[in-house]
Design a protein around this ligand. Structure first.
Ligand code: NAD
Ligand code: ZN
Length: 269
């Protein structure tokens, strides 16, 4: 920890954004499961699906109500969870560095927002499980999932009466979860691609927390920042590809985010 704190101090003495890039690991201590392990699977009929198969436009096109059921189950889990000490520490860090802090998250659980991270500096690059949008794309606008839509128990189906609620309020087409699927591309209006790329290209520091490095924009952020000479830190309970990069830069810490982030932020503030 001492070496990482020293490297962060040195990086913060240089100009440029300080980016924190979070993944599912930052919410694990809130009880939101990551995509790894038994909780990541979902059974439809006799078939067991992995998130990489279900979180796709192809799956939604073929079996929209089954995909909606999985999302409404996970939305229930996210809404029942509360932010943890890691989320809270990032709110304190934002307040300490408001002119240069940026929080880039792959999480769709809304816990950074609920902890108090301001929207102006929060980039939800994979969307928000509490929102829906038109599946026919009549507008990029998002709407909250109506309050009448309940959580679905594990393995459950979307009740017939609820299906009418999951429609675009503008054109009446089916609505879809406002999340980036594995077979879709990042863009600026929905997922802040250009904003995040611009921040990364000028970054002084990138602190990566709880991600297994399996999606492309995080790699792009780390590559752009490294090219700018940014210090890279990785916080994760397990080894991962970003940990290897961080070990050659400002350092990797193998411990839970809810323990590491409060200490790191308090020592830097
Ligand atoms: P992932 O599930 O692939 O990896 C999670 C990572 O967190 C692993 O490397 C694991 O070792 C680490 N981890 C677990 N507990 C930790 C802890 N207490 N402290 C620090 N690290 C910990 O998740 P990902 O890399 O974010 O990517 C998966 C995709 O899944 C993303 O696209 C994301 O949108 C989606 N997802 C989101 C949520 C959420 O919103 N909370 C949950 C699951 C998946
Ligand atoms: Zn529409």
């Amino acid at each position: 920890m001492d070496a990482v704190v020293a490297a962060c101090r040195e990086a913060l003495a240089r100009p440029g954004p300080a980016i924190v890039l979070t993944g599912a690991g930052v919410s694990a201590e809130s009880g939101v499961p990551t995509f790894r392990g038994a909780e990541g699977y979902w059974t439809i009929g006799a078939q067991e699906y992995h998130p990489e198969e279900l979180a796709t436009l192809v799956a939604f096109s073929q079996m929209p109500w089954e995909v909606w059921a999985w999302y409404l189950y996970r939305r229930g889990v996210c809404r029942a969870a509360a932010p943890n000490a890691g989320h809270a520490a990032l709110v304190r860090w934002d307040a300490a560095l408001p002119d240069r802090f940026a929080l880039v998250t792959q999480n769709v659980d809304g816990l950074h927002r609920r902890a108090g991270s301001p929207d102006a500096r929060l980039h939800e690059i994979h969307g928000d499980i509490d929102l829906m949008r038109c599946a026919r794309d009549c507008t990029p606008a998002r709407d909250p999932i109506p309050t009448a839509v309940p959580a679905i128990p594990r393995g459950g189906a979307v009740p017939e009466a609820i299906r009418a609620e999951l429609r675009c309020p503008r054109c009446g087409a089916m609505a879809r979860p406002h999340v980036l699927w594995f077979d879709e591309s990042y863009d600026e209006p929905r997922y802040h691609l250009d904003t995040v790329s611009r921040l990364a290209a000028g970054a002084a520091l990138v602190v990566i927390v709880g991600t297994s490095a399996q999606t492309s924009l995080p790699w792009h952020v780390v590559a752009l920042a490294a090219r700018n000479g940014a210090a890279i830190v990785d916080i994760n309970v397990e080894p991962n590809p970003f940990g290897d990069i961080a070990a050659r830069s400002a350092g990797a810490i193998r411990a839970p985010a809810g323990e590491v982030l409060p200490e790191l932020v308090d020592r830097l503030a």
